[in-house]
Structure formats: C-alpha cells, structure tokens
Design a protein around this ligand. Structure first.
Ligand code: NDP
Ligand code: GDP
Length: 336
C-alpha cells in the first residue's frame, strides 16, 4: 500500500508517517522548501524511520505539482493535512490562510479527480467549524458557525470535499477533529507554550508563562491516538465524515494547573480577567496579557465521538492527565 501525506512536517504528519510505516505502507510526504532547509517534525524522526519516507518538495498551492505527483505515484491513500493551522495567525493573515487552506484543498481535490480518481482521500477538518456551539456535546450533525478566518477556510474546504465526493463519486472523507496535542505540537499553541514554560521553570527559570483567555474550554486529546482514526476512516466501505475527540472538556487554566502539578507546583489563582495570576509559593507562575486574546473566541467544546466509536471502533486511548505528563516530561528532557 502506498500513501501520500501533505503536511508531513507538522505534528500529525509526524505521528501518521510513523503509524503508516508500522503498517507496512510506502510513505510519501509533501514538504515545502524553506531557506534553512528545516524539515520541521520530519527532522525529529529517528533516521532509521525517516530514511523510509520518500519526500517530494512542493507546495499545495501549486496544482501542477500535485497533479504530477498523483499521476506518477497513484497512491491508494492520500492524507491531506497541510494547512496554515494557527487560528491566531489567521486573524492577521486571512488571505494567505485562505490561499493555503481553501486553494490548497481545492487543488488537492482537483488533482485526485483528474490524476488519480481511485485514491482514497482524508481531509483534516476541525472542531473550530462549530465556533461557539449552541449544543454540547458536538457531533457530525451540529451546525457549523465558524468564528475565525481559519475556521472559515476549513468550512469552504470541507464543503469542497463533500461536493467533489458527491459530484465525482470520489472516496473522500472528512475528519472533524477536536484539538489534539503532543510533544511535537507547534510552540505557539497554548498546550506546548505551557509545557515548555513549565519545563523552563523546572530548570530554574523565574519567568512566568503569559497567556490569553484562561477560561477557554477545549477538548484536548493526544495526536498519536487521532492519526489511527484518520487511517480507519479510509478503511471503510464508503467515504463519510467523523468527529474524533475525547468527550472531556478542560479550560486553559486547568491545563496550566495540571502542567505545573507535574513539577510539584500547586497553583493558586487570584484576580480576574487580565489581572488573574497563578501563584505558587508566592511566585507568579502564570500571567495574562491582552496580546494573547483573540478578536473572537471559539470554545465550549466537547466531542460526541459516538459515530466513530460505533463505525470505526475508534476511541481515544490517552487521558488528559497522561497527555499533560507526556508533554511536560518531554520538554523537561529536551531542555535538560
Ligand atoms: P501543523 O501546523 O503542525 O502542520 C501543518 C503542515 O502543513 C506543516 O507540515 C506545514 O509545512 C504544512 N503546510 C502549510 N502550508 C503549506 C503549503 N502551502 N504547502 C505545503 N505544505 C504546507 O498542523 P497539525 O499537524 O497539528 O494539523 C494537521 C491538520 O489538521 C491541519 O490541516 C490542521 O488545520 C488540522 N487540524 C489540527 C488540529 C489539531 O489540534 N492539531 C485539530 C483539527 C484540525 P511547514 O512545516 O513548511 O510549515
Ligand atoms: P486552537 O484551539 O487551534 O486555536 O489552539 P490554541 O492552542 O492556539 O488555542 C487554544 C485555546 O487557548 C484558544 O481558545 C485560545 O484563545 C486559548 N489561549 C489562551 N492563551 C493562549 C495563548 O497564550 N496562546 C494560544 N495559542 N492560545 C491561548
């Protein structure tokens, strides 16, 4: 079996490539060139794994590149993970987010349709589509109300995929994935920002972590569990859409509390809004700044993943506590 992964240098590409290689797949990855030739998470894979991945340098905004790739490789499966994935950045750079996410997804769909219509495609949709959901928990039937340029781009993309699936009878499935994190999560995402700060404090730093909305509520799982769900979606008889999440909600404040607990610090919270602080033994460990608030918040998330559980037999394996532990422990080791 042959699979192509776009976004191989991101968090999910890291876990998915390892997972597919462990299943005996021939794994091909699309990698963007950059001036420092930094390979992102691909550079974190051990050499004995990395050497099995066949890299194709290219950009998803280039439809000719994608068509040629699919024409040549004709993979059984294509995992379209590449995107500008940071919500905060999308508020400042909406057009480039649309170009990469909407244009890129349209290009991938066209390349599949025209060059390799038997390829089964997974598209990385998101719980951000729900905006501020009016019902809890959220499942495949919950209405979409996107509240960021990122979410708008994923709305156009998921509907592009659904349209191509129906119009051209292609096997294209959408994973509506809730937040998933890991030891290779990008450093600007709140979980990794916290785990890295906690590790620095463990090693002697006195700098507090400065965050935005501590009360934002997300459903956080472990990325390694989720890539298995992506693969399961492509092993079904028919293409479909599936929610993957944990069914548990936590605030940013709770994530920070749990992360500091990993290094034996019990935070006490005092004040409110931008004056709230998290203290441990009289030292300020968490502060709030307007800088990290978004123009609009999307939260109150809790996944109802019962369809994936019933149809795919998928379930998250890693608890919230274990996720926090994995991330903090890894950052302590890296910085040690
Ligand atoms: P990352 O931000 O870690 O990875 C994104 C990847 O896309 C990187 O490899 C990046 O390459 C690549 N990329 C971006 N633009 C282009 C482009 N124009 N051409 C080629 N490659 C490009 O995201 P994750 O791994 O966390 O997420 C994977 C997908 O899942 C994304 O689409 C994301 O939006 C979606 N998603 C993620 C969730 C999460 O919680 N992680 C939740 C729901 C959906 P480079 O290294 O060069 O920047
Ligand atoms: P997102 O859910 O994909 O936007 O992932 P993020 O990790 O970027 O944000 C998760 C939540 O944390 C959002 O509701 C943010 O508003 C909230 N948050 C609070 N403080 C911060 C911060 O300092 N950085 C980031 N990235 N998010 C923060």
């Amino acid at each position: 079996m042959k699979a192509v992964i776009t976004g191989i240098s991101g968090q999910d590409g890291y876990f998915l490539s390892k997972f597919l290689l462990s299943k005996g797949y021939e794994v091909h990855g699309v990698l963007r060139r950059n001036s420092s030739m930094n390979q992102g998470t691909l550079g974190l894979l051990p050499n004995n794994i990395k050497k099995h991945i066949i890299i194709h340098y290219g950009d998803i905004t280039d439809v000719n590149f994608l068509s040629n790739l699919l024409q040549k490789e004709k993979p059984e499966e294509l995992y379209h993970l590449a995107a500008q994935s940071f919500v905060g950045y999308s508020f400042q750079n909406a057009l480039s987010t649309y170009d990469a996410n909407i244009g890129g997804t349209l290009n991938v769909c066209n390349a599949v349709k025209d060059s390799s219509p038997d390829t089964r495609m997974y598209f990385a949709a998101t719980s951000e589509l729900f905006g501020q959901p009016k019902e809890t928990p959220q499942n495949e039937m919950t209405p979409f109300f996107p509240r960021s340029p990122y979410a708008v781009s994923k709305l156009a993309s998921i509907w592009t995929v659904r349209t191509y699936r129906e119009a051209y009878k292609l096997f294209m499935s959408n994973g509506i994935l809730f937040n998933h994190e890991s030891e290779v999560r990008g450093p600007e995402f709140v979980t990794r920002k916290i785990s890295q700060s906690v590790a620095r404090i463990y090693h002697g730093s006195k700098e507090p972590v400065v965050l935005g909305n501590l009360s934002a509520v997300k459903d956080w799982g472990y990325a390694r569990d989720y890539v298995e769900g992506m693969w399961m979606m492509l092993q079904q008889d028919c293409p479909d859409d599936f929610v993957l999440g944990t069914g548990e909600s936590h605030t940013v404040r709770e994530f920070a509390q749990a992360a500091f607990k990993e290094i034996g610090m019990d935070l006490e919270w005092t004040g409110s809004g931008i004056n709230e602080v998290g203290l441990s033994e009289g030292m300020t460990r968490v502060k709030v700044s307007r800088e990290f608030y978004r123009p609009l918040e999307s939260d109150n998330y809790r996944a109802d993943y019962s369809k994936a559980k019933k149809t795919l037999r998928w379930e998250p394996k890693t608890s919230f506590r274990d996720l926090v532990k994995i991330m903090v422990k890894n950052d302590i080791e890296i910085m040690g």
